[in-house]
Design a protein around this ligand. Sequence first.
Ligand SMILES: NC(=O)c1ccc[n+]([C@@H]2O[C@H](COP(=O)([O-])OP(=O)(O)OC[C@H]3O[C@@H](n4cnc5c(N)ncnc54)[C@H](O)[C@@H]3O)[C@@H](O)[C@H]2O)c1
Ligand SMILES: [Zn+2]
Ligand SMILES: [Zn+2]
Length: 391
Amino acid sequence: MKALVWHGKEDIRCDTVTDPEIQDPRDAIIKVTSCAICGSDLHLFHNFIPGMLPGDIMGHETMGEVVEVGSGVDGKLKKGDRIVVPFTIICGECDQCKRGNFSVCETTNRKRHLADKAFGHATAGLFGYTHLTGGYPGGQAEYLRVPYADATHIKVPAGIPDEQLLFLSDIFPTGWQAAAQCDIEPTDTVAIWGCGPVGQMAIRSAILLGANQVIAIDCLPERLSMAEAGGATVINFETESVVERLQELTDGRGPEKCIDCVGMESHVMPSLPDTLLDRAKQMVMVESDRPHVLREMIYVCRPGGIISVPGVYSGLSDMLPMGAFMNKGLTMRTGQTHVNRWTDDLLRRIEEGEIDPSFVITHTVPLEQGPEMYQVFRDKRDSCVKVVLKP
Ligand SMILES: NC(=O)c1ccc[n+]([C@@H]2O[C@H](COP(=O)([O-])OP(=O)(O)OC[C@H]3O[C@@H](n4cnc5c(N)ncnc54)[C@H](O)[C@@H]3O)[C@@H](O)[C@H]2O)c1
Ligand SMILES: [Zn+2]
Ligand SMILES: [Zn+2]
């Protein structure tokens, strides 16, 4: 089959690889009908997250049709079912899965010794996302083996196009969880850094969850326009002071809730000297992340407020203002998304027409054009916000 394969830094190719097969009774195989490129894939493209090996298949936002099921799937799935695949592989049975903490499932990371060393404790297996999370082949491919398929799936009905359902795999629940863990109250201002696909979903989610005011921050005009269309007031960090504007828009109190939809690769700009220092430290490998947004959020957040971090960080972040964080009594909530915790509710909202997540798609191309689309998405060329690939 054809698949997008990681060969090294900024080197992803569409290769012919061996078709996946059932390896365990709980596996299923799907024929992929749609898949997408995520901002998290860019961290791998740049080789900023350790644990990728040449030959690894990329992709963790995937849906398709079940074409084969193992004997242990136990009637939960059958041939012909249409499923969205959550990016977190879950067993459904362990203590964490029972609590709904699916992204830290205790069973599915088959290379847990690596993650135990790096993080203290292993987290769940993820598709197409480094050997720290199990080294599972991803879904930017014609076929995907879904391990623990009896639990790791979201069944979706016929009659709704792929484009509306695909993002249940990741970015829609990710934006939703980011907003939900802010405990939004009707008087709250929610400030959201980053208007990429995750930021866009967080904006819509914060509004659906009843925020009084949503403020979105980025520097790309087309992404800021999309944020405005979703109901946000926008700040362009290249032309305005983020801190001053946020103070103005909140009568000097600061936003009660702050969401980081940027993560470890914050823009590097001479007007933000800390980003230059982070970049230099990254190059000599004494710091892994560029946490400018975390610093800014801690500084500007209203005392007693909540900082929600769906943006991905990989390792060590320097110069976090712990003094401000502690003395202001802030709370930070983070995590890879517990996808299946949210998807019943979100699927219902899509079915009832409350939200159509396909608004974020700007490019739909054949899988073979994937390598080129990694560049376009990374460089934000051609007003690219979200790429869907069709195998
Ligand atoms: N927690 C999860 O489960 C989960 C799931 C999906 C994605 N993510 C992460 O979410 C983040 C965003 O993903 P995406 O797909 O939207 O990526 P993206 O790269 O398309 O978007 C990031 C946006 O941040 C903007 N940005 C950069 N520096 C900024 C700054 N200083 N202030 C404000 N905006 C800034 C960029 O211009 C860009 O529009 C990534 O780190 C990704 O890994 C996490
Ligand atoms: Zn993702
Ligand atoms: Zn589990």
